[in-house]
Design a protein around this ligand. Sequence first.
Ligand code: HDL
Ligand code: ZN
Length: 424
Amino acid sequence: MTIHSKEHLHSFVTETVRNTQVTDIHTHLFAESFGDLLLWGVDDLLTYHYLIAETFRFKPELSYDAFWAMSKQEQADLIWKTLFIEHSPYSEACRGVVTVLNRLGFDLSTRDLNTYREYYKNVSAKDYISRILELAKVKTVVMTNDPFDSFEREKWSQNHPQDPRFLAALRIDPLLNAWDTSWTLLVEQGYEVKPDFSGNTISEIRRFLNDWIARINPLYMAVSLPNDFAYPEDSSRGRIIDECIVPVAREANIPFAMMIGVKRQVNPSLKGAGDSLGKSDIGTVERIVSKYQDVKFLVTMLSRENQHELAVTARKNRNLLIFGCWWFLNNPSLIEEITRMRFELLGGSIIPQHSDCRIIDQLLYKWDHSREIIAKVLFEKYDDLLAAGWRLEEEEIQRDVDDLLGGTFWKFLGKPDPAAIAAK
Ligand code: HDL
Ligand code: ZN
C-alpha cells in the first residue's frame, strides 16, 4: 500500500521495526545444551559487568576483594540497593534491567527483588529461553564460541542436538592476541605448532581452524583487537592473519569479523568490567579489506571517534560490512548519532545493531531500546523522501527493515536465512 501521510508513515515504520524478527549477529548467549554457559534470571541480570563497574563508583569504601568474595545473590542485592534504590536507575544498563522486569510483567512499584526471584524458581531454562526470544522478537542468536575454553569444548564434544535458534561464531582472540602462550593450547589439542612458526606450524594452525569450522559450522570467525592493532605488522598476529585466517576464511567462504578498539583490563580489580577502549587506526581496516577484496570482513569499532571513518571505508570496500553500536557505544545518544550517519553514508548496506547480550533476559531491553532508535531515524529518512515527492510503499519499507534486521547479513554471507526457511 502506498503511504501518503506523515502520520501513516510514522506508525508504519515504528510498528514494522518493532515487530520484525531479528537476527542478532553477535552475542555471548548460549543454547540450553551449553549448561551453565547460558546466563539467565534476575541475579545474572544484576551482576552484569556493566552494573558492577557502575556500583563501585558509588562505593569508594568497598574493597574489590570484599565484593568478589560475596555470593552472586549478595552482589545482586548490593547492586540493586546501590543503583536502583539509593539512586535512580537511569543509566542505560540500569534502565535495561527496569525494561526487562517491566516486560516480564513484574510489579515494579514494590521494588522487591526477592519477589522477582520467586518467579525464576518456577521456570525452566528451556521455557524461559523461548519466552524471551518470542517477547524480544529475536529469531536467531549468533553465539561467541571459544575453542580455547575447555568447558565449552567438552560441551561441543557431547554432540547435543543443536538448537536452530542458536548459531555459532568461532572466536579466536588467544590465537591472534596471545600467540606466545596460546600456541601451547594448540599443542594440547594435537596440533604440531611451534612458537617460532617453524615446521608445519602455519598448516597446523589452518588445520585447527578448519577442524573447528567443521565441528561448529560458524557463520564467521571473530576476534577482538586492541586499539593499537596495526596492519601490516611484522608480528605473530600479522603473520597468522595473512597466512592462516585469510586463506581459511576464503576457502570456507565465511567472513572474518574484526572488533577493534579494546584496551583489555585497564583495571584488573574489576575483572570482566575492567576493560576500556581507545581510538584505533582506520588505516588497518582500510589496508586489510582492500588487500583481500575476495574475502568478506565484518567490522565494528569501539571508539565513537572511529565511526565516521569506518562508514566511509565501507563505501570504498564492498567486501566490508560494518555492524553494531558495540559495548560503550550501545547507548541511546550514540546509537542515534551513529545510525543516522550510517544511513546517510551507506543507506541500508549496514547491520545497524547487535545486542552483545551476556544474559538472555537482556535481549528484551537491548532490542527494545535499539528498535525505538532505529525506527526514529529510519522514519526521518523516509519522511525526507516523502517530502521530496518519492512514492513510499509499505511492502518496500518492510523489505528494507527485513534487510536491516538480518537480511543484509545473510546476503553478505551468501546463505539463506535458516529461520526464514523454517518459517515457511
Ligand atoms: O569482546 C567482546 O565480544 C566484547 O563484547 C566483550 O565481551 C565485552 O565485555 C562486552 O560484553 N561488551 O558488551
Ligand atoms: Zn561481545
